[in-house]
Ligand binder design. Sequence first.
Ligand SMILES: *[C@@H]1O[C@H](CO)[C@@H](O)[C@H](O)[C@H]1NC(C)=O
Ligand SMILES: *[C@@H]1O[C@H](CO)[C@@H](O)[C@H](O)[C@H]1NC(C)=O
Ligand SMILES: *[C@@H]1O[C@H](CO)[C@@H](O)[C@H](O)[C@H]1NC(C)=O
Ligand SMILES: *[C@@H]1O[C@H](CO)[C@@H](O)[C@H](O)[C@H]1NC(C)=O
Length: 374
Amino acid sequence: MVRIASAVGLVMFSVALLILSLISYVSIKKDFLISTPRYGVNGGPRMYMFHAGFRSQLAMKYLDPAFSSLTNILSEDLQNSSKWRYNSTAFQQQRQSIAQYIDIPHNFTLIRESVKIGQLMHYDYSSHKYVYSISENFRSLLPEVSPILNKHYNVCAVVGNSGILTGSRCGAQIEKFDFVFRCNFAPTEIFKKDVGRRTNMTTFNPSILEKYYNNLLTVQDRNNFFLSLKKLDGAILWIPAFFFHTSATVTRTLVDFFVEHRGQLKVQLAWPGNIMQYINNYWKTKQLSPKRLSTGILMYTLASSMCDQIHLYGFWPFGWDPNTGNELPYHYYDKKGTKFTTKWQESHQLPAEFKLLYKMHSDGVLKLSLSHCA
Ligand SMILES: *[C@@H]1O[C@H](CO)[C@@H](O)[C@H](O)[C@H]1NC(C)=O
Ligand SMILES: *[C@@H]1O[C@H](CO)[C@@H](O)[C@H](O)[C@H]1NC(C)=O
Ligand SMILES: *[C@@H]1O[C@H](CO)[C@@H](O)[C@H](O)[C@H]1NC(C)=O
Ligand SMILES: *[C@@H]1O[C@H](CO)[C@@H](O)[C@H](O)[C@H]1NC(C)=O
């Protein structure tokens, strides 16, 4: 049963990669697909079956050999992720080229000194006509120095929210990293077996207040929000308030809440300014230029300046599990039965992003975890 499921998963996965490889908006560099064609030396019988079957059915007809080498690497990885090797030179090179576009420690947050009361902020993804006037309260919540200035960590995890984490049992592994990044205030407590609890930084899109905390309209909502923040302890809450003008009202609610609870919470607030153009400019050099970069790759970008090695979990934008072939929810925390959504496919171009991350994985720049943890 398990074997059949796995084989089905791998075949579906390969088909997805085939589709990806045909997506025309990505200009595929020859060296990408051909790079490191490592065949399944220790692949085992299951992989052998998969390779043979897959080749005979599809490869001859549709695939160039470069493509099948990519699927070979991927399926090998799924079976034995300990084969991955970190290439510190390649990572350092990437870190340096990112640094040519973005000064991450400084772009990380606005600081008190950098803004004036009454200053008008614009939004990265909204028309220039929309503005947010910096209030005294807002300014008072800004840190005096960037919380990541001169901070360096050894091995970091960036945890995305993909449904691939459901049932992964990767929690214990994630707990062991020196610094754990998470996205969009994702819940951890009840999913701790799969995703761990440790959180050193999480992003917080102000719209979360609307979606999960009823705009803090009742005492109960405020208590719930307070308790969620309390659990974050000394972690960094990274609040992109200047990406969308639709955040303006919730941002004010959020600012009031933090001012009212000053001194009662240990969470460190960080408020990035208009930084996306710099970040976009870097990823454009990698032929990735979606309408909006995903929060996940944004976290990876920030992590690249703070960490010496980065492992990604929960980065998988497809609706089935490559390990089992089972259907997946979009997020690991989606309610049971929630259908996979392609709502963000167009704005984020997640398959193209995944492909790039996978190339980086193959190059040893980062480690992408897709398999279940022991
Ligand atoms: C996985 O690969 C590593 C390194 O190549 C090897 O030492 C290990 O025995 C392999 N494990 C399995 C289960 O194949
Ligand atoms: C590591 O990356 C560098 C730079 O991309 C490359 O020149 C080198 O061959 C890589 N080393 C290994 C062992 O793959
Ligand atoms: C972000 O970094 C860029 C490039 O170093 C710099 O020009 C820009 O002023 C910074 N922006 C913010 C808001 O920190
Ligand atoms: C990361 O968070 C954990 C708790 O979630 C904490 O124990 C640890 O000290 C934090 N590490 C850093 C480097 O801040």
